[in-house]
Design a protein around this ligand. Structure first.
Ligand code: AMP
Length: 174
């Protein structure tokens, strides 16, 4: 993967959704066929030998790559969603993010103890969202958990939020 090429496909949008935030817009990457192929292939190579059985995507931008990867890895796809969106019994977790406080949910029967899970989201900022997702998986106690982001905002130090020993990976560091 040509990191510089991929980096150039991610658009910075100033002051979105609130003043002071530089929003990393991945829609410009997703619409570029060459960039999309390259990113999917790179992620596939990184995880193809890990025995992943479920790819879990975080609403909503995390759904895109998580679904494509699940298909490529011949794994299942599981959504983590905002409160009240999932129809069956859920586990919930609240957390602080860059913009305020939020809650995410997963179906209680989505993951089993046999699963090897890849948790995916588009951007790592403070790490609050992904840490909440990781905690949600704690209810189901899968065999192994890997964490992946397309973009890591290194200056925010979100990586430090995770327990040592957890494999946290990002494609592009900004
Ligand atoms: P955090 O919990 O602080 O790591 O924030 C990560 C979540 O918020 C991800 O779901 C991202 O999609 C979104 N997010 C936070 N900051 C940004 C940003 N600067 N650009 C794009 N998405 C962001």
């Amino acid at each position: 993967m040509d990191e510089e090429f991929i980096k150039k496909q991610i658009r910075d949008v100033m002051d979105f959704p609130i003043k002071g935030i530089v929003f990393k817009d991945i829609t410009t990457l997703l619409k570029n066929a060459d960039a999309l192929q390259s990113v999917v292939q790179e992620l596939y190579e990184r995880y193809k030998d890990k025995g992943i059985t479920k790819v879990v995507g975080i609403e909503s931008r995390g759904f895109v790559m998580a679904s494509i990867l699940a298909y490529k890895l011949k794994a299942g796809f599981v959504p983590i969603r905002k409160p009240g969106k999932l129809p069956a019994l859920t586990w919930s977790e609240s957390y602080d993010n860059e913009y305020g406080r939020d809650t995410i949910e997963i179906h209680q029967d989505a993951i089993s103890t046999d699963d090897v899970v890849l948790l995916h989201d588009d951007v790592l900022a403070t790490g609050g969202t992904m840490l909440a997702a990781y905690r949600l998986l704690g209810h189901s106690a899968p065999r192994c958990i890997y964490v992946n982001f397309l973009v890591e905002l290194e200056a925010l130090g979100g990586r430090k939020a995770f327990p040592s020993g957890l494999e946290v990976d990002s494609l592009i560091k900004c």
